[in-house]
Every structure is written in structure tokens, then in C-alpha cells.
Design a protein around this ligand. Structure first.
Ligand code: FES
Length: 86
């Protein structure tokens, strides 16, 4: 079974906020949901409608509109996420 390792960096704290694994069946979910389900406080005021642009990760990507699979580099099973205000 394919498992993807996720590392979440907080840029404000310059530390690793969380590390967890995703199963294959989670790879096409949105990252707003996946991160919040793990207790990571992602900002949002539109509840994932892609309107408020508060949920930004990795600079300019909306977490609610991005799946872990989209962040996977070819041939890798690791996803790196950075959040500016954590
Ligand atoms: S939660 Fe509002 S744009 Fe993503």
C-alpha cells in the first residue's frame, strides 16, 4: 500500500508543525480538510469555497483547492507544506 509522508513547516515559528502519513485514498482530498482533521489551524473564512484566499500554503496555493497529489514531485513519496503564519 502506497503511503505518503507529509511534513508541515511553520515559517513564523521556523519549526516543524506536524508530520503525518497519508494513505492512497486521501491523496485527492483537499489539504484544508486534511490539515484541519489533524488539528493544524489553517485560516479560512469561506469554508473551502476558494474565495477568501486565507488558506494559503506554500506561498500562493489555496489549501482548499489543492490536493496532496498535486504537491508530489515525480518519483517521490514526500509532500512538503509551509504555512507562513504558524
Ligand atoms: S478557505 Fe477560503 S479560499 Fe480556501
Amino acid at each position: 500500500l502506497q503511503v505518503t509522508q507529509v511534513k508541515v513547516m511553520g515559517l513564523a515559528s521556523n519549526s516543524v508543525v506536524a508530520e503525518f502519513k497519508l494513505q492512497e485514498n486521501e491523496m485527492d482530498s483537499d489539504l484544508l480538510t486534511l490539515l484541519r482533521d489533524r488539528g493544524i489551524p489553517i485560516a479560512s473564512s469561506c469554508y473551502g469555497d476558494g474565495v477568501c484566499q486565507k488558506c494559503l500554503i506554500n506561498g500562493d496555493l489555496m489549501a482548499c483547492m489543492t490536493s496532496p497529489r498535486e504537491l508530489l514531485t515525480r518519483g517521490s513519496n514526500k509532500v512538503q507544506i509551509s504555512i507562513s503564519y504558524l
